[in-house]
Design a protein around this ligand. Structure first.
Ligand SMILES: [Mn+2]
Length: 397
């Protein structure tokens, strides 16, 4: 019988120090990454496909290896463990710091297991990371060895696929699936595998909402579907949900609200790829008490209260009241009561990387290839070649 092991808190804090207190951040040794992945895998085995989370919580969208912008999120939104975070996936690829980004998130998850939740995006995949930067970055940073990539992509197979917040909000990376009418169908999937090309698991990480259509249509991304308001409404009604929150699409203003807030997109990579000029956001959910009636929140079993939590909750409310006219920002942003998008711009390190003008992961490789077979090179590259900065683009890998 295997004896479960844990990593001493002091060692985890040392990892955090390596990443946070050095410039550039120090990468963790391969053995440490291996150990972190092993311990987290054993923990994630017990986590259901859809986690039950509670407000207050801050929801973060795509990060894509933009490590310094992740640190910016902690600066503006509060740092763990004082703020609860749900990350919606796409931690790696594209940016220059996928290794540092995923390393920091792994350490934080193990250090503060009840304060940080990570779900899987379409980039948490062996195939995608081989083509869009993470694999190459690991080879470059670990002396030509792909071991760290192998360990981390094995771990990706264990990440949950979604979460509910206060039982009324559903969060996932991409969107809905024509094969899935009930949340219980997602709960029943065997998720411990590479992301398949089709089916519910693929659609959850690949699909997008579309205001122009009804029903489902095949997605131009080559995987997943587009879905209209009729689909969104039916899914919410059938599952007693008020809203879906997801990421996966670049938003120039950092967020998009669809159908009066029924569906929200959170995008958390500012100046995406060091050249898009877009803003980014974190969605802060303070409560889900829409009617004014007290709603009972369902606490997941085994949840541990951390000292000082009630204090930080209060300060989150105070900050919110101080910074925003609540009703105005709610109307402007198209969110539900108790929610607001905290908008932020690129960190100064992001700007420095822009000036340095390095190539961006996955952008210049002719063998990069989209999932859609036979399509020559890349929607993404074409976007930058043919369109001016700051123009909205609908679909990105
Ligand atoms: Mn994505």
């Amino acid at each position: 019988m295997t004896v479960p092991f844990s990593i001493p808190t002091s060692d985890l804090d040392y990892c955090l120090e390596q990443l946070l207190e050095h410039k550039p951040p120090k990468i963790l040794p391969p053995e440490t990454i291996h150990q972190l992945c092993h311990i987290l895998k054993t923990q994630l085995l017990a986590v259901p496909n859809i986690m039950s989370l509670q407000s207050p919580i801050s929801v973060v969208g795509d990060i894509h290896g933009q490590y310094h912008d992740l640190l910016e999120i902690f600066r503006i939104g509060g740092s763990p463990p004082n703020t609860n975070y749900l990350f919606l996936g796409d931690y790696v690829d594209r940016g220059y710091y996928s290794v540092e980004t995923i390393s920091l998130l792994l350490v934080l998850k193990i250090r503060y297991p009840n304060r940080i939740s990570l779900i899987r995006g379409n980039h948490e995949s062996r195939t995608i990371t081989t083509n869009y930067g993470f694999y190459t970055e690991v080879l470059n940073k670990y002396n030509g060895s792909s071991d760290v990539w192998a360990n981390i992509t094995d771990l990706f197979d264990y990440l949950p696929l979604g979460a509910t917040i206060d039982g009324t909000i559903f969060a996932c990376h991409g969107g809905l699936s024509p094969s899935c009418q009930q949340l219980d169908q997602i709960r029943a999937i065997d998720r411990f595998r590479e992301i398949p090309h089709d089916g519910i698991m693929a659609d959850l990480v690949w699909s997008d909402p579309d205001v122009e259509i009804v029903d489902f249509k095949l997605s131009p991304r080559g995987a997943g579907y587009l879905f209209g308001s009729d689909i969104m409404n039916k899914f919410c009604n059938d599952n007693n949900l008020v809203q879906m929150i997801r990421a996966h699409q670049l938003c120039n203003e950092g967020y998009t609200s669809y159908w009066k807030g029924k569906c929200l997109t959170v995008w958390s990579a500012p100046n995406y790829c060091y050249r898009c000029g877009n803003k980014a956001s974190v969605l802060e959910i303070l409560h889900s008490n829409y009617t004014g009636k007290a709603e009972t929140s369902i606490r997941s079993e085994g949840e541990v209260e951390v000292d000082g939590m009630s204090e930080s909750t209060t300060s989150l409310y105070d900050q919110h009241n101080f910074r925003f006219d609540k009703q105005k920002s709610q109307v402007d942003q198209g969110v539900l009561p108790g929610q607001f998008f905290n908008i932020f711009e690129a960190s100064k390190e992001n700007d420095e990387d822009t000036i340095n003008g390095k190539s961006v992961n996955g952008m210049n490789s002719s063998d990069g290839g989209e999932l859609k077979s036979g399509k020559n090179n890349d929607f993404f590259a074409a976007y930058f070649l043919e369109r001016p900065r700051r123009q909205h683009v609908e679909y990105f890998l």
